[in-house]
Every structure is written in structure tokens, then in C-alpha cells.
Write a protein that binds this ligand. Sequence first.
Ligand SMILES: Cc1cc2nc3c(=O)[nH]c(=O)nc-3n(C[C@H](O)[C@H](O)[C@H](O)COP(=O)(O)OP(=O)(O)OC[C@H]3O[C@@H](n4cnc5c(N)ncnc54)[C@H](O)[C@@H]3O)c2cc1C
Length: 469
Amino acid sequence: MSEKPIWGEDYDLVVVGSGFAGLAAAIEAKQAGASVIVLEKMRIPGGNSAISGGLLAVAGSPLQQREGIEDSPELLFKDMMVAGMDLNHPVLARLVAEKSPEILEWTQTFLGVEYSDNLNYLGGHSVARTYATANGTGSGIIKPMLAKCRELEIPVQMKTLLCSLLKDDSGRVEGVEVRRDYLFPNRDSGQLQRIRARRGVVLACGGFSRDVAFRMTQDPRLNEKIDSTNQLGATAEALVLALQAGATPIHLSWIQMGPWASSDEKGWGVGSMFTLLAGFPYGIMVDAKTGKRFVNEGADRRLRTDAMLITDRIPVAIVDSEGVKNATTLESCLKRGVVKAFGSIEELANFNHIPLVPLQETLERYHLSLAHGRDAEFGKPLAADLKPIEHPPFYSIRLLPKVHHCMGGIQINAQAQVIDIADHQPIPGLYAAGEITGGVHGASRLGSTAIVDCLIFGRIAGQNAAADI
Ligand SMILES: Cc1cc2nc3c(=O)[nH]c(=O)nc-3n(C[C@H](O)[C@H](O)[C@H](O)COP(=O)(O)OP(=O)(O)OC[C@H]3O[C@@H](n4cnc5c(N)ncnc54)[C@H](O)[C@@H]3O)c2cc1C
């Protein structure tokens, strides 16, 4: 028999990760009567969730009803499957589509999250269905979640690194070994301690976009020269612990790059939201070398990125004053010089070294498409409120895809139980939710579907783990 561990502390549930998935799990479990602690390795809580764009896809929402937009969970599910190249695990993807209205309602009425009063049309979606938090970032959801944790007296323990998952003799996960007072990224810092989890451990440790060594094992092209939109702590060690505990890996090599990021700043910055909410939906993207469009600006991220990365292309998005109404970060983009404003298309072409005549021809062709209501060249979905790009000032942003999202991760079932690779059965006592899991999004995640994914499966993990006796 193995030696019994000496526990420093004791809870019903140990949740690792303080983003959308982890906090949702903790809140649900505490409400179900379980004692819970949230562990987070970084100095500040929230992970990628806090810095995210706060965009939430909802199929069949009150704003859609107001705008007369017909939508359904079935249509969102289909859009997710098309982007995911049918690699999505349909049971999980369907849950996300079906529960999206419930998540909107939960964040509004239970957490008090505030959203802007308009819908956004993101690439790969058939209709406008994306809500945006009123403050324009995921912190608009994370802050109310942290406030709820304080209200429910859930400790959120920072600077605490998960180092081991501990199993009892029957194979049940019964606790964790951590480093307390850990100072990222020094793996030897802090003191080792064991925390018992009587009912379960929830892994909500996010993706590995910042883990260059790990991501290169899956996709050798994603070397250290390629930037990422993620927070620095988006690394793979917790995923590796889960794999060592027998979890089934899914789709680890499907790593998404964000096509809207800018070459004129580091990381996610302020430009990504500008391109997402204005440059792509209301503008066009051209290759600065030719002045020509080369892809549907409303396609899913994988298709756009693949087209942008063709050797020597210099992608620039162009939009006018009519197209920037939803661009929450416009002012900061201009202040930081990530977006430039021009009085005429000639000036814009001159600054970006775009040949003027081909650019003018491109714009004329695009305007004809708008007049005909169909983009015959690239098939961009043309929303009813699209106008010709002819109202100064004109804006441009230089683009460069950056590593953004890990579709792959560990396998869970619809109860958020982690599945053992050996027998395809749940690993007793181990749950997971959010970006550390794989399967929901298949080959490519649609914009604004990760937040719903994390909140839905976080809540499910918390509810089920709390009832796991
Ligand atoms: C810049 C940006 C913008 C985005 N915008 C949107 C958007 O608008 N809409 C949308 O749907 N999706 C968006 N996404 C994707 C979405 O935000 C993420 O997929 C989601 O936030 C992941 O949530 P999570 O809870 O799984 O992980 P995270 O929020 O990343 O939280 C995981 C936490 O676990 C911690 N952790 C990791 N390993 C350990 C360990 N060993 N020990 C202890 N703690 C650990 C991490 O430090 C982190 O804080 C965006 C992503 C980024 C990066």
C-alpha cells in the first residue's frame, strides 16, 4: 500500500484556474453546499478570461428578437461544425449552442453583467448574434464573478501552482500538490503543500498558446518568433499532469491563430478588437503589395489566417467612418498608432505603400457587390447595414496573425468528467472545463463561442463535482 499523504488543507472541491471556467465551477459548487477553494498560479486572477474581448455568442437572444434576426441553437451548432470541419464532438458542441441563451440570462440576472445594446457580426457566423460586454473586455464578466466569490466566501488563492494530481489506491483523484507563494515563471519557487479534495478536482487551467515548446511539439511552425494574444501564464503544465493521470488528449495540434491582430503592437493589444468589430465586418482586407482583396473577410479564422500567411502577403484592413461605430478601441488604437486615420484613399494608399489604382478598382468592385447584395468574388456575407467605403476619415490597420486559441485539450463528457484514455470511462474525482478541454470546437473555434463554452462547462463541472460523493 502506498503511503497516505499528509494534507495541509481539506475542501470538498479544489478548482484550479481563476478564469471563466474555474470561477463558474466554484460558484456553482458553493451554491450546492460544497466547500471550495480556487487556486491560481499568477499574481492576479482571471487568466485569458479577464483580458478577453468579452464577446458572447447567443443563439435566439432578446437583441436578435428586437432586430428581427432569425436564429436558433441549431444554426449556431451548424456554424460551429462548419468552422470545426466536423471534428467537433457533437454532443459537447450542441450543448454550447443550446445553453447559450441560458448563459446570457445567468450572467445578466445572477452576476449583474452589463452588455452593450448592439449585436456584432463575427466571421463564420451565419447571422449577427454576438453580445459585447459594456466595458469592452472579459473583465466585465470576471469582476462580477470575483465579487460573487467574495460574497459566497470562496477563497481565491493566488500564486499557487498545481504541481501534481494525487490519486488514492483505487485510482480516484483525492487531492493536489501545489507550490504556495509561487512566483511565475520560477518553477522552484514557493513551498510544496497538499490539499485534499473530498469530492473532486476541477481543472480549469486554460490553453497553452504561450507555451512555445509544447505548442511546437504539436505544430512545429509555431516557433518563438510567432507572437500570441494570450496572457503569459497560458502554458501546458496542468494539461500534461492531466495526461499523466490518464486523460485522453483530443485535437492538440489544432491551434488557432487570430487573423485580426496587428503587427504594430505586441499580443492582443487594442487593434484586435478594432479589426474584429470594424475592419473585417464593415471594411475590406487587401494585400498591400497588390491592392487586391484575397479572402472573404467574414470567413472563419482558419481560412482567413491561411490566406494571410501566404508568403510575402502584407495584409491591411481598410474601413471608413461609417464602419467604426462599434469599434470600442478606436481611440486607443489611434493614440497608440496601431490604427491610422486619413482624409482620403490616396493618403491611405501612400502611407501603406499600396498601389493606388488597383486599390481604387478593388473598392469599386466591392461597392458593386454591395449594390448587388452579393460578394461574387469571395462570398463575404453582406449585412444589411453595410455601406460603401467612401466616407472620410478612412482608417487602416496592418495585420499579422498571432497564436490565439487551443481547440485541443483533454476529453470530457457532457458531465464535465475527464475521460480515461485506457477504458474511455470517467477518471473518478477529476473534472475539467474551458480551454484545457478539447472537442467542442473541432478544427477551428468560431469567435465569441469560447466564453459560453467555458461558462457552461464550468457550471456543469461545479454542479456535478459538488454532488460527487
Ligand atoms: C486576448 C483574448 C481575447 C479573447 N476574446 C474572446 C471573446 O471575446 N469571446 C470569446 O468567446 N472568447 C475569447 N477569447 C477566448 C477565451 O477568452 C478563452 O478561451 C477563455 O477565457 C478561457 O477561459 P478558461 O477559464 O478556460 O481559462 P483562463 O481564463 O485562461 O484561466 C485559466 C487560469 O488557470 C491558470 N493556470 C494555468 N495553469 C495553472 C497551474 N498549473 N496552476 C495554477 N493555475 C494555473 C492560468 O494562469 C489562468 O489564470 C479570447 C482570448 C484571448 C487570449
